[in-house]
Design a binder for this molecule. Sequence first.
Ligand code: 5AD
Ligand code: SF4
Length: 466
Amino acid sequence: MYMTLKPRYHSPAGYSAEASGTDKRRLYIETYGCQMNVSDSEVVVSIMKENGVGYTEDITRADIILINTCSIRENAEQRVWGRLDHFRKIKNSKPGLIVGIIGCMAERLKEKLLEKEKLVDLVIGPDAYRELPSLLEEAGTGQKAINVLLSREETYADISPVRTDKNNVSAFVSIMRGCNNYCSYCVVPFTRGRERSRDPESVLREIGTLHENGYKEVTLLGQNVNSYMHKISSPAGYLDFSGLLEQAAALYPGMRMRFSTSHPRDISDKLLHTIARHDNICKHIHLPAQSGSTRILKLMNRGYTREEYLERISAIRNIVGDCAISTDIISGFCSETGEDHLQTLSLMKEAAYDFAYMFKYSERPGTRAAEKLNDDVPEEVKSRRLSEIISLQGTLSARSKEADMGKTFEVLVEGKSKKSDSELFGRTSQNKVVVFPSNGFKSGDFVNVRITRFTPATLIGIACPE
Ligand code: 5AD
Ligand code: SF4
């Protein structure tokens, strides 16, 4: 669910985010990494706001700078070090400015971050954001403040996130936190702790509030949404992800429901039937394969074979129909041979992915792979394999777009196209971006668009008459 190869900053600004006259101090926050971090930053802005700290998009007006970080690959951390250096320069010319590091890197590096002379005043892990106000006070007295305790319960269920997206059309709703899967390459179980699900009432209430505020789409978020499970007082005794999704879709038929990320082992037929039954559940499943070789998947501790993964792909195609499927692929994992790599390429072709996020393996300290396996694929081999993977996906993505030519899709408009004020952009249920001439439509409208051509990144079309 780490969405991008590019650094992704997210500077929050929402309908209620800007500092008001009563806020004494101002927070600037920069967010890296996954959608979960974006969602967490919204919780942080809300906690600060409750404590009289306003929000600013303008770093020069900030009294507090927070950087919400990602540890998933080494280069994600490198980027943060670069930003911290930049913040140090601002701090030197602005005494009293507080700089804090939050999120996965805070959790992973803990006290080490405070040891670096004058770099940060505050270090807070993903489960300790409620402590921000008191830690801020501590930091204000010149002490270094830290809380990196992980929790088995914290879901921030009672906190209404201050929406930081600019479009007021789609929003993230976090439904579970942490991960118990321990894939051998992955640092997430160590930085975000054990899996826990948020109570369904608070999830549905939050979606309801978004609905009242005119939002048209939510993305239910979790490291592994399909393992959502919460006790309820019904004969079954619990609600699973399929049940939660069903309730959300039925309660708010005018809103689209998305979800991310799904683990191939937990994507049940029951869930696929729920997706198929509701028009407002988007027909897109992000189903990270990581590798096409059963031997590598075993070393990765993924819990499925190549054949089992492909069986789930067939189940999606058979049950859901016209469903886009995307994936994450890692190239050059420990001991990966040329044959393993070819199996990944052939799996990609068989799955015919609509899009993919593709990475070079990056060893993360503390993980099982770092401790037990050798990071023995040379850098240039990792790079070559990655470029073959990217190039194949380019072909598959083009094929997927070509198949959309002449078809009509319902597009939820998110805003003006970057290139032209007279064009809008939005997404299909399959999560494909579509650009089309505005013709009086606006953000938040559902528009039927006929696809006429495509570029490598986008489908292009025209709105159909009613
Ligand atoms: N190296 C490279 N990619 C990784 N991912 C997770 N850990 C690593 C790592 N150590 C990728 C996986 C995961 C995505 C979020 O990031 O593909 O699905
Ligand atoms: Fe990491 Fe695996 Fe959990 Fe995803 S499922 S967060 S890759 S350990």
